[in-house]
Write a new protein. Sequence first.
Length: 398
Amino acid sequence: MSQAGGVDPLQTSGLTPLEQQYAGAVDGGALHEQELAEGTAGAPAAELSAATAGADILLEVNDLAVHFPIRRGVFVERTVGYVYAVDGVSLAVRRGETYGLVGESGCGKTTLGRGILRLVEPTAGSVLFDGENIAELKAEPLRRARRRMQMVFQDPLSSLDPRQSVQSILVEGMKAHGLADSTSATQTRLRELLSAVGLPTSALRKFPHEFSGGQRQRIGIARALTVNPDLIVADEPVSALDVSVQAQVINLLEDLQAELGLTYLVIAHDLAVVRHIADRVGVMYLGSLVEEATSTDLYADPLHPYSRALLSAVPVPDPVVEDTRERILLTGDLPSPANPPSGCRFHTRCPWRQPTRCDTERPALLELQPGHRVACHYATEIASGAITPVDRSATVFG
Ligand SMILES: Nc1ncnc2c1ncn2[C@@H]1O[C@H](COP(=O)(O)OP(=O)(O)OP(=O)(O)O)[C@@H](O)[C@H]1O
């Protein structure tokens, strides 16, 4: 991130000290050239989905990569490798849409969200927000763009300063953008914000520890709304909450979207949450998108072996279907993003892997059906049954 103007209080106020350090410390531009020279740049160029062609696009991400250097050395630090946290992601989000990002822990979802907001400096690629390339913005234009893109964090307790009252938390963000003053208009705005997230005005004088988890997340959402954003990146917005409270917060996010015309990028490992809230879903594996489709299409007909395995692990409420449905058991752990497998990143765990091509050639994310993009050399053959699992023990029934 460009730190010329200091750390943006809006974007980093919810970060832990370590995250703030990351937000300021990563030098992506220099990395890019070196990595390109080493031939380690990202996935084959992906086509953007027809689902977004000609649509009113608010956010467009093209070949985005975020590679973190691994440094070693006691006296002189040397870069000995890179963590390929995000490695060539292209996607577009329509205005007013909810785009869900799913994948196992460590696959790069959070880093992608932070790269989009320039909380970490991308190594390569571009992020167009309302047509403006965020990477090229400096100082004042960047600050203006930042106002329009806000983040809601997973753990509201650690993202809210325990020493600040709710009023001070909310006013801080507004002040950074010249939206708060000592007039009654600010007080009116604060009351409106609390009412919008379902909290009483008395909450303004209280401190974060005086609230329940769900109420704290409402405060986190109110904080994001203080500056009238267009895009909210919500990173696991309900995963720290009790199941009974999750639905309330999801409903709140949906109500606010309908009322304020917000666009959401929702990051979650819980497929049920994403299915409920997202219009379209991107599935990530080891730093790349492996599949993208409407929520309905993805859940009804996943085409990438990884998505099939992820979805096959979700229990079905109908006991008859539950007893007979196919479950795909993935063997092995997620490989390290510092040392990703060659070819298709998923080939080491894929029950359908085919010799040579899967381990040598990285598949591009191609549109196989309208609005349905898949990065698998054999997705069509797998779907038709022309290719069966190599490792049959990976697929079990009931
Ligand atoms: N600042 C950093 N420096 C080095 N490596 C990092 C940094 N931030 C993230 N990583 C690594 O990048 C990879 C992707 O992490 P990321 O947090 O984006 O994944 P995730 O899918 O959001 O996982 P989770 O759901 O657990 O947060 C991980 O291997 C992580 O350890």
